[in-house]
Structure formats: C-alpha cells, structure tokens
Design a protein around this ligand. Structure first.
Ligand SMILES: Nc1ncnc2c1ncn2[C@@H]1O[C@H](COP(=O)(O)OP(=O)(O)OP(=O)(O)O)[C@@H](O)[C@H]1O
Ligand SMILES: [Mg+2]
Length: 526
C-alpha cells in the first residue's frame, strides 16, 4: 500500500511537505472557524489532484447485528482469487465450511485485474467507537475492505466489477461450505425470536454416490441426466413460468436403496438435505413455516410418506364414515377433544399439496422434493401426479446389472466363475440389494474380502431364498386351494339347501293345489 501511495503521490511530495511544515503555525495563529474552512478547502484541493477513488466495505453493514453479505463475499473472493498474491495471510477453521480458510491478513494489500484494469484491495480494521464493553475478544474491532481504483474506471468497478466479486464470492462460499442434514424440531421447541430454531442440523457426510449405487446403468444414467438438466434449467423454468423445483417419487420394497439414492443425489448436486418428519408437524401452518425456513439448493425429503400421515382420500373417507357412525350411535354430549391429539392429525392432503406446489413453494428456488414409499398404490393419485412428483423411480430387487456394481465395490471383482450361476439365480429370485450387499461384506476375519468365499456364500443364500420363496408360494397355493375347496363346499351345501327348500315348497304347493281342486270340485257338485 505504501509503495502504491508513494507512486500515486509522487508529484505532490513537496506540496505535502510544505503543508506538514506549515500546519503547526496554522494551528497556533489561525482562528478555529477559518481553520475548519481551510481544512475543507485542502481536502477539496487534494481530491482534485488525486485521481483515485476508494470504496469501503464494512464487516457490519446496515444490519448492525449481522455480518454483511457483501463483506463475506469479498472475503471469500479475495481468499480464492487474490490470496496467492498476498504475502501476509491468515488461516481459520470456519463454522459450516469443510476446508481451512486462508484469507488476506489485516493491513495487507492485494491487486486484482479486471478487464485490463488494475484494482487494489486493502484489508484493515478500526476500533469501534461505541461505548460497549464486549465479553468477546476482538468484538470491538470493526474490520473492513477498501477497494481503490482510478476514477475513470468508476462505472466499470461499480456496475461490473463489484457485482462480479459478489457473485464469485458467493459461489466460492457455496463450494467450500460443509453440506448439512436438517431435521425439523418439535414445534414446542420453536423459539419465536430465533427463526433458525425450526430446523436443527448436523454435517451431511453420507458417502453414497451414483457409482456405489446398484442399479441398471441405463436407469442410473437417465436419473443423472434428469438431475443435470434440472440444475442447468434456471432460465428455462423462468421462461415457462414454473417454480424452479422438481419432485421425485422413489418407490419399492425395503432395502432396495431409496434412502441411499437420496444421499447419492445430494452428493451429486452438492445440495443440503432437509429430512422432514411429518409426524412431528402439527398442522398446515407449521408445515408452511418449515418450508419457508428452508434454503435454496436443497433436497426436501419425506420418507415413507404412506406411513407418516393419514393422507389418502380413501382412508379419510373411511374415518369420516366411522365418525359419522359414532355421532349417530351416541347422542350424549361429548367432552371437548384433547387439543394435542386433535392437532396431531391436522396436516391434510391439501396442506401437503400446497407445500409442494402452492404459491409458497416458489420462494427460494432450486429445490428437489422427494417422497419415498414401499406402497405406491396406497398414495392418493393427486399427491403423485406428474407436475408434483415429476419423475417416478422404481427401486426394485437386485438383478445381475446391479449385482455387478456391488461385486465391484465390495470385492473389487469384475469377473468370476460363479457370475453365471448368480445371474441365473438373481433372475429367478427376488433379493434386495441390501441383502446381496450383506452377503458380500461378511463381518468375519476369516472370510474377510475373500471373493470366492463371499460369492459362494451369496449363491447359497440365493438358493435358500429361492427355496423359501418356492415353499412360501406352495404354501400360499395350498392355502388358496383349501380356501377354494371350502368355498366350493359351502356353495354346494347352499345349493343343496336351496334345492331342498324348493322341493319342499313344491310339495306344499302341490298339496295346496290339490286341496284347492277338491274344494272347487265340491263346489261344482253343489
Ligand atoms: N441399490 C443399492 N445400491 C447399493 N447399496 C444398496 C442399495 N440398496 C440397498 N443398499 C444397501 O442396503 C442398505 C439399506 O438401503 P436403504 O436404506 O437405501 O434402503 P431403503 O430402500 O431406503 O429401505 P426402506 O424402504 O426400508 O427405507 C444401505 O445401507 C445400502 O448399503
Ligand atoms: Mg429408507
């Protein structure tokens, strides 16, 4: 900085020396009002000769209690783009950041180049003037950055360079941030003075990726393609007038990788994950508040949606019917219901639909909403129609293509003599990837990572599963047949009874007819 100043002020050195020399004299003999006038005039004169402008970016902007976004962006930008040119740096471990952050130290100057223009950055701090005694060390220091540039570049710096620094700085912050896994707190723990209290979070560290996910390569590619297209379609969504979000429904039997897929998606997109526990949400208003408190670049997950809450139209109707019945049966005055219990059922289907694609859902943007279920058929069609759940992904039992991924990941095996037999068995038997993986990862020292042992163990398990399935099917068939036979028997019995009754009725009718005939003939005789 000093070098820069000397260079810039080279022509004014002698003038400055004169002023410094004369200043004590001025202070002594010139009256204060005139002195003030003189100082203002001197500042104006200096401004005429000094062609450089400076802009200050303070750590605490207009909102006194929050560090300014722009300051943080500048810090991130300088540490990424210019820190290599600085000589004095400082390293810190920052909250929610996965890397050590190296930034420019105070009173250090760095230069930057933008469209052929040189810009100087200067980091510094000043003592706060407020008469507040802080218990935190360093709290009374206010740090700031100054950017210095030639006045002919004023428009370039203000209109292009500073917005560029803001954008780059934000991108660097996102790149370095530690991703988070959020879960919603019970509403009785929400603090009205702290908006952050509705979700709590831990660092998201699930290691699953699309490479480790056992699935047919074509299906996997289709999903990756879809995610990439979504990420790059901000403008397209704006053009067609849709909120920038996408819904996925993952369905399939337990242990087929639905939760693993969510982790892989989050790792692929570099998004935070909000795991919404619907049973802890009391009503639609709470649901909306939770949504508003989520940030962009996130995946909102509701696992086992069919179990979380009574959502299907059919089940609600059943419930209504039974409550109607209750009220008909029992006309005694009723005690008011337990408010806690009453509230617990108030997240409704329409509340959830609003959550997914109501007006509120557009705030923030760049969100993915994922539902998982073991029973797709139990869900209300309105909930999973295209547009809400845009893509339905079936996670199914492990087949040979999926197995090859697991064998490669767990055992580093691409080819093996048992593969043929395993392929045949996997086509004939339904085994979840979780079970296959379990067989490939035996927790015994002896078997550890011995592919031959693991694969023969898997063959055995598959044969066993096949036998069990065949036995279960045979049993089911037997039961079905027994049921059919019983039904047939019952039907025959019923038919026989009907026949018998008919016969008896016929007999009675005949007797009556005969009796009637006798009477008529008697009448004739008369
Ligand atoms: N497709 C898969 N690829 C790789 N690993 C898998 C796959 N499916 C399951 N696994 C393994 O099985 C375990 C259980 O899988 P996961 O929790 O993803 O199943 P899920 O479909 O969510 O089951 P649930 O319906 O019970 O929630 C995971 O830890 C993972 O290691
Ligand atoms: Mg799961």
């Amino acid at each position: 900085m000093v070098a820069m100043m000397v260079e810039r002020w080279a022509g004014f050195g002698s003038a400055a020396a004169t002023v410094i020399f004369l200043w004590p004299v001025v202070q002594k003999y010139v009256p204060p009002t005139f002195r003030l006038y003189l100082t203002a005039w001197a500042a104006k004169l200096a401004a005429c000769f000094n062609p450089y402008l400076q802009i200050t970016i303070s750590e605490y902007g207009a909102e006194r209690f929050q560090r300014s976004d722009f300051f943080l962006a500048v810090e991130a930008y300088l540490s990424d783009a210019c820190a290599r040119r600085a000589r004095k740096l400082k390293a810190e471990l920052v909250k929610d950041s996965k890397n050590l952050r190296v930034t420019v130290d105070d009173h250090e100057e760095v230069t930057d180049d933008f469209s052929g223009t040189t810009i100087w950055w200067y980091a510094s701090k000043r003592q706060s003037k407020a008469n507040v005694i802080s218990i935190y060390p360093g709290e009374d220091e206010r740090r700031f950055y100054q950017v210095v540039f030639h006045r002919r570049h004023r428009d370039l710096v203000v209109d292009s360079y500073l917005p560029f620094v803001l954008g780059e700085g934000r991108a660097v912050t996102v790149k370095n941030r530690q991703r988070r896994l959020f879960t919603n707190n019970a509403s009785r723990n929400w603090n009205p003075y702290r908006s952050k209290s509705v979700w709590s979070h831990v660092a998201f560290e699930h290691p699953a990726t699309f490479d480790t996910l056992a699935m047919h390569p074509d299906e996997k590619e289709a999903i990756v393609d879809d995610l990439m297209a979504f990420q790059e379609s901000k403008d397209y969504y704006a053009k067609v007038g849709k909120a920038w979000k996408r819904g996925y429904l993952l369905y399939g039997p337990p242990g087929t990788g639905k939760s693993t897929m969510i982790a892989a998606m989050a790792n692929f997109l570099d998004y935070d994950v909000y795991d919404l526990e619907l049973t802890a949400v009391k009503n639609n208003t709470e649901l909306r508040k939770l949504f508003i408190e989520t940030t962009g670049k996130s995946i909102i997950v509701i696992e086992d949606i069919d179990c979380s809450i009574d959502l299907t139209g059919k089940r609600r109707k059943d419930k209504k019917a039974s409550s109607d019945k209750d009220s008909d049966d029992d006309d005694k005055p009723k005690l008011p219901m337990d408010p806690e219990k009453d509230d617990a059922t108030k997240v409704t289907l329409s509340g959830l639909l609003n959550f997914i694609d109501g007006l509120w859902s557009a705030c923030g943007g760049e969100r993915i909403i994922i539902f998982t279920t073991n029973h797709k058929e139990k869900l209300d069609p309105a909930l999973i129609r295209r547009g809400r759940m845009d893509k339905h992904i079936e996670m199914s039992y492990c087949r040979f293509e999926g197995f090859k991924v697991l064998a490669k990941n767990y055992l580093d095996v691409i080819k093996h003599e048992l593969f043929g037999e395993i392929q045949q068995l996997l086509e004939e038997t339904d085994m979840s990837p979780a079970d296959v993986a379990e067989n490939l990862m035996p927790m015994s020292k002896k078997k550890k990572r011995d592919p031959d042992l693991c694969l023969s163990g898997l063959v055995k398990a598959l044969k066993q599963a096949k036998e069990d399935a065949a036995a279960a099917a045979a049993k089911a068939k037997e039961e079905e047949e027994a049921k059919e036979a019983e039904a047939k028997k019952a039907k025959e019995k019923e038919e026989a009874e009907v026949k018998k009754a008919k016969k008896e009725n016929k007999g009675k009718d005949k007797a009556a007819e005969e009796a009637n005939g006798d009477i008529k003939e008697g009448d004739k005789v008369k």
